[in-house]
Design a protein around this ligand. Structure first.
Ligand code: G6P
Length: 487
């Protein structure tokens, strides 16, 4: 990651990488369940710099200095976290409202209707302004490299551009970009597009999302789009729209050496659930979110057990569902529905000491998740729509024994890269049920062959390559602009 050295780096995201909470024995921190944080944090540790984010934990305010800064990670202090405090009204309108009731369902085809409230939009605009001011306050030079993250900040690139015209602004959209018809129902579509086009580079996970974005611009703005070079020019500002599939940091030898053996993980997890040593497990790890296909996954398990009753009592799904955005009605209703359906399926197949589905509806730290990955025969990612999905890449990274089968939704960005997974359409219960059966009966040799290839892909296309490619493109771009300015 040579491109990352020498430049001043500022990251902006809504979610902070470390959340400080007050517990009975003082302040402790937790790592949030967020694909964005999983990917960007190792890059920040490698480059240092400043990460500006919304302060969210109960103890967050007590650990910062008078400029609202704290060095993180706790204990090793490699970069600065600058926290922005939002009022309850701002958080309601900007985060819960416009970002998560408006843009989140707008961009994911998951059949949840987006809600657009004028007051949410006002709060979203205001909060984007506040973050733009914070970028200026934190910047020590006139041309920092600012990495703007995700749908919480569509207006930020143009706001930074007004204040720091020489900044290199790399914006990454971590969720899908829908087709122009879907996007165009948004009352503020032109403001959002113009905001994003303040970026030097605008990144998506896949070519398909880039194409959707450029078509959306074509339909809604008087801009010059060059499909061949994948650029958009408006008000003399040209933005490169490019795909950069995000990934994870491949675990180091030291990290791996600290992992308990696969045998120990297997017995620890089975022991905790009161299951026998030969019991087969599939694992699902998600935020408790309606885009993740958790209901469809449960239906697939149910159908598999119905078709292959000899597996009743011998197989279970362990589903981690980390509570997320639970203040929103849509999320509350979804959580209730999942609890209900799990109850029904367990009543149907369960017996004393056995459940078909273990729903662990609480936050799990990374070590606990790694233990589950290493203990399971199968990992199920059945998102109805997902920008990339990093759970599948983490599962692959955790399996240094080259065993375990990945079942992956074709509607996750990762399906384009992870060809050796069993790819399913989660809307098709029968297909997913058959894939699950195939996974739990797959011979070890075939598992090894598939897993070895998957591991090569994830190791080579890791998150440093993601960041490195974006920064290399930015450097080339700046150089060209400078040369053209001289002509
Ligand atoms: C997705 C989004 C991230 C977000 C994460 C967790 O991965 O792309 O921006 O951080 O979900 O959601 P939350 O609302 O808890 O931050």
């Amino acid at each position: 990651h040579a491109q990352l050295r020498g430049d001043e780096l500022i990251v902006v995201s809504n979610r902070e990488p470390y959340i400080h909470e007050t517990g009975p024995d003082g302040v402790h921190f937790k790592r949030p369940a967020s694909g964005l944080v999983t990917a960007v944090e190792p890059v920040m540790r490698a480059c240092s710099g400043t990460w500006i984010a919304h302060g969210s934990g109960s103890a967050d305010r007590s650990v910062v200095d008078k400029h609202d800064r704290v060095m993180v990670p706790p204990g090793s202090e490699e970069y600065t976290l600058r926290r922005i405090w939002l009022t309850p009204e701002e958080e309601q309108g900007y985060y819960y409202g416009f970002a998560n009731e408006g843009l989140w369902p707008l961009c994911h085809v998951a059949h949840v209707r987006p809600v657009f409230r004028e007051s949410d939009w006002e709060a979203y605009r205001r909060v984007n302004e506040r973050f733009a001011d914070a970028v200026v306050a934190e910047a020590r030079s006139a041309d920092p490299v600012v990495l703007v993250q995700d749908y919480h900040f569509a207006l930020l690139p143009a706001l930074i551009r007004q204040r720091l015209p020489r900044a290199t602004i790399l914006t990454f959209w971590h969720i899908p970009w829908p087709n122009p018809e879907s996007f165009s129902i948004c009352p503020w579509r032109t403001e959002l597009l113009e905001g994003l086009l303040g970026s030097t580079i605008l990144g998506f996970h896949t070519r398909f999302h880039c194409k959707n974005f450029i078509e959306t611009v074509d339909r809604n703005l008087e801009a010059r789009t060059e499909h061949e070079h994948s650029t958009v020019t408006i008000n003399k500002q040209t933005t490169l729209v490019e795909s950069y599939p995000i990934s994870i940091a491949w675990p180091s030898d030291t990290q791996r050496a600290a992992w308990p053996s696969v045998a120990d993980c297997r017995s620890a997890v089975r022991h905790r659930l009161g299951l026998g040593p030969a019991h087969k497990l599939a694992v699902g790890v998600d935020r408790f979110d309606y885009t993740k296909g958790i209901l469809e996954r449960i239906h697939a398990v149910e159908r598999m057990l119905e078709k292959h009753p000899s597996w009743v009592g011998e197989f279970s799904l362990v589903q981690v569902a980390a509570p997320s955005r639970s203040d929103l009605d849509e999320y509350k209703a979804f959580q209730q529905r999942i609890h209900q359906v799990v109850g029904r399926v367990n009543a149907r197949f369960g017996s004393p000491g056995y459940q078909a589905i273990y729903l662990l509806a609480e936050h799990h730290e990374h070590d606990a998740v790694t233990e589950l990955y290493r203990a399971a025969e199968v990992c199920m990612v059945t998102s109805l729509h997902d920008g990339m999905n990093l759970v599948c890449k983490e599962f692959v990274a955790a399996r240094d024994d080259e065993q375990g089968v990945m079942i992956l939704s074709r509607f996750a960005g990762a399906a384009a890269e992870l060809n050796e997974a069993l790819i399913v359409n989660p809307y098709h219960v029968e297909e997913s049920a058959d894939a699950l059966y195939r996974a739990i009966t797959m011979p070890a040799a075939e598992q090894r062959e598939r897993m070895a290839n998957l591991r090569m892909t994830v190791r080579d296309f890791n998150v440093y390559r993601w960041a490195g490619r974006m920064l290399a493109d930015a450097a080339r771009w700046r150089l060209r602009e400078r040369i053209e300015a001289r002509m």
